[in-house]
Each structure stands twice: as structure tokens, then as C-alpha cells.
Write a protein that binds this ligand. Sequence first.
Ligand code: NAD
Length: 507
Amino acid sequence: MTTAPTEQITDVSVLRAGRWEDGQTDRWADVFNPSTGQVIARVPLCTPAQVDAVVAAAARAQTAWGNTSVVERARVMFRLRQLVERDFEALSRLITREHGKTLAESRAEVQRGLEMVEFACGIPSLIMGQTLANIATDVDAEAVKHPVGVCVGITPYNFPHMVPMWMFPVALVCGNAFILKPSEKVPLSAVRLGELVMEAGVPDGVFNVVHGDKACVDALLNHPQTSAVSFVGSTPVAQAIFETATGAGKRVQAAGGAKNHLIVMPDADLDLAVKALAASAYGCGGQRCMAGSVAVAVGSAADPLVSGLCDHAAGMKVGPTDGAENVDMGPLIRREHVHRVAGYLDVAGEDGAAVVLDGRQSSGGDGFLLGPCVVDRVETNMRVWREEIFGPVLSVVRASGLDAALAVGEQCDYGNGASIFTRSGHAARQFKQNFNAGMIGINVGVPAPMAWFPFTGWNRSFFGDLHIQGTESIAFYTRQKVTLTRWFRDANESAADPVWASGAKKS
Ligand code: NAD
């Protein structure tokens, strides 16, 4: 095996008030290329003092931006759209370099992010208010959407480009300033996005990037000048962020972890189901909040499904992805994560499940590799079913019928996605109506909604009420102001005569 050339290590910068500055801290974290195992950058873990300076810059810039015409704010997004298209391939390669997913997966990620920008381009229509003429005699009412102020986005490692794009395009076109705190494991895509946002013409201070861990996040959550917090990450952190930030008086949307079920009925097209389940479970190395992590094999579907999955997954090409096409599955984010995920295979065996495909055989080399794994005969009292593994491990639960499959979902703490594979309209409808999750697929492996629909996690997969994406995100990033106007009929009419008091006689 040839050793990869040594990477040049760069220091990641902070974007404040339109300028890139050094991290003012003595705490730094390494950023890796998971394909080679090498350190490629150092990211500052910013102090509350630097966070304070960034929030102050954002607050200063927000007022003028909020008063900029909505059409001009939309035009900035049209320009950003062009820049992302221009740099599409380079952005995709950067994601692969710092995250490890395949180039095809990175291109899909950039495409999903682009769709959020396209959604945001429609802001003049999306942000329109409501009016009601003659709500009382000579009185009209109007409700207008205003920005909320300085918004914060805290994002996970698994979509370094797309998840920031879930947030800031909408926050910005609604007239807010935005501070992005990307995962310290993948800060490079966030920095590149900052450069593109500046190039698109967003005024200095309206978009900012800080880096760090809990200390940095806590400073953002508790800062008196931040108004709204969007978070995507694991459930324990989502819950903590929701509790801290709502306690500090902010509005919060916090998307958490998941355990997504893929039900395969005996009448399913087995070939289609096997391919869809493998793509869902092993895409991005299983590091997706919409990854299918539990196959529920109903009745006679079980044996052929398990053998089909093992054959298919064993044939997948696992390897380094940086600069490589034709790889089916890339490395995981860190070596410790490989050990954590692989540890679940031992736990599954101890709990009485059967490890029928062991991906540790595909590990090796300098990158953080682990091949696809299948664990059969999993029960709902086992850790592999209860806990989010977030790696290429597909658990198979065997169920006697659709009702038993629905009952599996009822026991699940999470509630992101679930899919059914069947030819029966009745089974599909029963499943759609009754499965305990917010995003449903019918013969679809990853039922992730696109930009125009909300990302509707349920249960402990989401804390808050207004979800990310779609018109719920417009509601999240705006607050309404209602104005009542009384139009005098003639100069002698008195403003001291409230319409409400006289409403009965006049209307
Ligand atoms: P994570 O929770 O470890 O980190 C997410 C963000 O929170 C990062 O920016 C991190 O720096 C910060 N953070 C971590 N610990 C913190 C703490 N104690 N206090 C304050 N901030 C903290 O998540 P991750 O490992 O980066 O990402 C994977 C997780 O994200 C998985 O659980 C996955 O299911 C979830 N995810 C969910 C969705 C969704 O839409 N529901 C989408 C993508 C990822």
C-alpha cells in the first residue's frame, strides 16, 4: 500500500464583520482527512470573549440588513446560487476531503444545499403578510413578518455543507444576521461557504462564522443579543441546547438523532428493497440522520432479505474517497468512531443477536474504514436497537405481520424517518397513517423531504415546534407585527373615540 503525501496543515479562521481573523484562544482541535487519517487543519475553539465580539458585529449589521429591500435580499441569494453552481465540483471535493463520504454523495449534498438557496430566492412571495380590510368600521388590520435579529446555527459533522445551508439562506433573506458554528470536525466547508456568501454581496457582519465546542456554544446560547438558535446534532446535545436556549429566552429548533425503520413486506419487490435498504443503511457510511438503521422483515420476507442484503453489502467497494471515483462507501469520521461503531457488533453478539456480516474485515489502511455490517435477529430490548449507532450497521428485526412492525415503531424513542416496501396499497396506507415517525417513505429508502417541505422529526428526534426547511422555517426566522389603522371619515372625527367602543353601533 502506498502512503498518501503529507498534507499541509492550515489554521482555520473566524469570520467577523466581513473579515477573516485568527482564533484568539489557546485551545485548538485537529481536523482530519478520514481517507488518509492525516491531520489537514487546526480549528480554534473560540473563547466567550471572541464570541461576544462576533455577536456584537452581527447585531450592529442586522438593523440595516433588516431594512434592506426584500427583493435585494433575494438577489443576494440568486448570486449565491450562481456561485455554488460555479464551484459545485470544488465544494463537493472539499466535503469528501474533510468528511470522507464518496464524491457522488458529496455532489448530492451540494445539490440539496442548492435547493435551500433556490427556496430562499422566493422570499418576496414567502414573506408576504396578511391584511383584512374593515376588521371594524373604518379599521384595517395587517400582519407583517419582521426579522427576529441575530440567529445562530450549530451544525453537526455529517453534512458539513448541507446542514448550514438548511439554515442561513432562509435566516438571511428574512432579514436576520447569522452566526454559523459548524462542527469542529468539519469546519472547512463552513469557511468556504462564508467566502461565497461574502462574494455574493452580503454586507459585512450579516454572516459570521465562529468555531468551537461547548464553551463557544454556551456563549452563543446565553448571549443577550442572540434571538434564535437552530441546532442539528445528537439527541442529548439537542435536548441540552433546547433547554439552555429556551431558558435564556431564545426561540429554538433542535433536530436530534434517529433510529429509522425500513419495513419489508412479503409482497415487496425484493430486488428493489435490497438495493434501497443497502443504499439507505450504508450511504455516507451510515452517518445520516435519515439512514435506515433497522430493517423490519415481515414474515416470509426475512430469510431472502437477510441473504440478499449480505450478498449485496459484501460486494460493495469500501475505500478511501478523497480524489477517488467508483467507491461505494468511504471512511467514517474518526478512528475512535470506527471503534465505537464496531463495538456494537460485540454488544449485539453478547445480547443474543447474530452478526451475519462483519464489516471489520473491510477495515485497514490509514483511513478510518469499516465495511457494511448486518446484525440479524435483533430484539427491541437490545442496545443495537435502542441506541443510535451512526455507522454502517443494519439491524434486522423479524416481525410476524404489519401490526407487529407498527408495534416496533411504537417502542422507539426517536421519530425521524420510516419506509415500507410493499406492493399493497392497503399496507402502505396503514403504515403511512400509523407509523410513529414524522417522515414516511413508500418504496423509498431515504424519505428525506426536499427544501420546500419541513424536515419533520418527531419524538426525541426534534425539540421545538417549527421545523427546519419549508414555510415552517420562514415562520421560525420571523416574528409578526400586527398593525390596526383607523381611517377617519372626516376631520371632525375624534381619535379619542376608539372604534372598539363604538364598534357595536357602527359596524
Ligand atoms: P453532536 O451533537 O456531537 O454535535 C453537533 C454540534 O453540537 C457540533 O457543532 C458540536 O460542536 C456541538 N456540540 C457537541 N457537544 C456539545 C455540547 N455538550 N454542548 C454544546 N454544543 C455541543 O453531533 P455530531 O456527532 O456532530 O452529528 C451526528 C448527530 O447529528 C447524529 O446524532 C445525527 O443523527 C444527528 N443529525 C440529525 C439530523 C436531523 O435532522 N435530525 C441531521 C443530521 C445529523
